[in-house]
Ligand binder design. Structure first.
Ligand SMILES: [Fe+2]
Length: 473
């Protein structure tokens, strides 16, 4: 049973009765606080990782069979794909054979192979191969493992970049490899809205929660998510569980497993590191930021973002989406204000350039904000409260993928006015762009049926239809 309620101690019974109909019409918004704290009741279960012999971690049969196959966008505009995989026994071939659905003509792309060591672990042979100059909006088949065991997959390239191109993004964060993680991925796969690309907001395998950051858990995670990410790109954001900084065991190079395993097209957007970059996809311009790389003034990330934001042509890509790991607006008592220093540095830019939406993870729960900003403050004026701002993004925390650390259930009270909806349940979301003016967003909790929307909102584009799209009173 779903009960959407809210704390209403500041309202009299009479007022509650009088506005009941209005409240229902306005999607249950609270008149006292800014939004809703869902009272959905879950069965309390411990979140535990799936054991290594689980079927989702199965090693594909055959000598040197490619495993952990995953794809991501390989260029700036969506005509390229990076194909990555691991061969366990020997390097084998780094070539990808690919052909479009309607063609017999098979083409080859040549990749590279590498390995890395982490304490007492040595990785398999990790291959990365970029395929360029693909046709838009086309289904391609591809094969990896030439010479040994060959495995075949497929993907569909996005439509050509343009302002009214519909496109459906999935949102997943902090996934891990627990039984709940598997439920989240299954719900995403079975969602009738059919996401075409996943925007992943960081924290992938949680291998660093194991003794010596047991990198075998990077391998199991790669095999777990292959069933989705071998067929549609996941756009990667680095989270704190990607840092893998462990000087106590001699591992001093941050992000080593992540950098070796997950390549992104950062050079295509003139970035100098794989932790901040941008892509265009259909009608969206997506900027990925790193909460765990330097972002202060004069740093490479700062300089890059400063030059990047003015480049976004909203006539070509109306929807400006930012991904990061640590949220700026978070009313849970977990990771509270961890995103604050980055907010102070960049929030003015997000308002100036009218970012439509910011997706973050890190907090293992769900929250959606109204459009607010907190940029008036200087050292003496005392103006430090978030205010309604129709030029500001909506901030969404979607760190509820289901990892072994469990849910963030403890919230700050009362619910801040800017917080439109919050709920401590595992799930995923869909951002479904219809045209240059409208996008339909919805969040799905794992306990519901695949089509059930636990939270939803029509986004009005900040450039082409900048009218108030708030859901609270
Ligand atoms: Fe995190």
């Amino acid at each position: 049973m779903v009960v959407l309620g809210s704390s209403s101690s500041c309202c009299s019974v009479a007022i509650v009765g009088a506005v009941l109909v209005l409240v229902l019409v306005l999607n249950g918004a609270d008149l006292c606080n800014g939004g809703k704290t869902s009272t959905f009741v879950r069965k309390v279960e411990k979140t535990v990782d799936m054991p290594p012999d689980s079927d989702v971690f199965r090693v594909p049969p055959g000598y040197n069979a490619p495993q952990q196959v995953h794809i991501t966008q390989g260029d700036h505009v969506g005509k390229g794909v990076i194909v990555s995989w691991v061969t366990p026994d020997e390097p084998g071939s780094s070539e990808v054979l690919y052909w479009s659905e309607n063609s017999e003509h098979k083409q080859k792309a040549k990749g590279k192979v590498n390995r890395y060591k982490f304490y007492n672990y040595t990785s398999g042979y990790i291959h990365h191969c970029t395929i360029n100059n693909l046709m838009y909006n086309t289904k391609y088949y591809y094969e990896v493992g030439a010479g040994h065991t060959v495995r075949q997959f497929w993907f569909i390239t996005p439509p050509e970049v343009g302002p009214d191109v519909p496109y459906t993004f999935g949102l997943i964060g902090d996934l891990g490899q627990s039984f709940d993680s598997n439920r989240t991925l299954t719900h995403y796969e079975n969602n009738p809205q059919k996401g075409q690309t996943v925007l992943f907001v960081g924290d992938l395998s949680y291998a660093d929660n194991y003794p010596n950051h047991d990198n075998v858990r990077w391998d199991t995670w790669g095999r777990f998510v292959e069933r989705s990410v071998a067929y549609q790109p996941w756009i990667w954001t680095a989270g704190n569980h990607e840092i893998d900084f462990a000087p106590e065991i001699g591992e001093n190079q941050p992000f080593k497993p992540f950098k070796n395993r997950y390549h992104v097209p950062y050079r295509a957007s003139n970035s100098t590191a794989p932790f901040w970059y941008s892509i265009k996809r259909a009608s969206a311009y997506i900027i990925v930021l790193s909460s765990y790389s330097a972002y202060g003034k004069y740093t490479p990330q700062y300089k890059w973002l400063e030059q990047e934001l003015p480049k976004v042509n909203r006539t070509e890509t109306p929807w400006l989406i930012v991904l990061m790991h640590s949220p700026w607006y978070n009313s849970y008592n977990y990771h509270y204000m961890e995103g604050e220093t980055m907010r102070v540095m960049y929030e003015q830019w997000f308002v100036t350039y009218k970012v439509d939406v910011v997706f973050a993870g890190h907090v293992h729960a769900y929250e959606r904000s109204e459009r607010v900003s907190n940029i008036a403050y200087n050292i003496v004026n005392g103006l430090c409260v978030p205010v309604d701002d129709q030029s500001a993004p909506v901030y969404i925390t979607i760190g509820d993928g289901g990892n072994l650390e469990g849910l963030a259930t403890n919230m700050t009270e009362p619910q801040p006015k800017y917080s439109a909806y919050r709920e401590a349940s595992f799930g995923h979301a869909i951002f479904d762009i219809k045209n240059r003016t409208h996008a339909y967003y919805n969040w799905h909790r794992n306990q519901d049926g695949y089509a059930v929307e636990a939270d939803s909102m029509w986004f009005f584009n900040r450039i082409w239809h900048p009218v108030d799209d708030s859901t609270s009173v």
